[in-house]
Design a protein. Structure first.
Length: 96
């Protein structure tokens, strides 16, 4: 289930990332997404290993499983413009 969830989310995010940012930022957004996926893949096992020395392994895995859910909740509730997409030709920042 974890692998299917990760692979499904990965496919959706990779296809959506270029559409969610301005055209000038698409390469950076794709690179940041890939970096964060790799970082999360490395932090997960390290976090479980560290926590399993303090609490039982089942609790450590439950804490790790709750992190993506917390991220989802925060991303949906803390961004006031989460439901708006930028215009395809919109520029970002101040004009030069």
């Amino acid at each position: 289930m974890t692998v299917c969830g990760f692979a499904g989310a990965q496919a959706v995010l990779v296809s959506l990332a270029p559409d969610l940012v301005a055209a000038d930022d698409r390469d950076s957004a794709q690179g940041l997404l890939n970096f964060m996926n790799a970082l999360g893949g490395g932090i997960g096992p390290a976090a479980v290993a560290g926590l399993s020395g303090i609490v039982p392994v089942s609790v450590a895995l439950a804490v790790l499983a709750a992190l993506p859910l917390a991220g989802l909740v925060l991303s949906l509730t803390r961004r006031p413009t989460a439901d708006r997409r930028p215009e395809p030709d919109a520029t970002r920042g101040s004009p030069r």
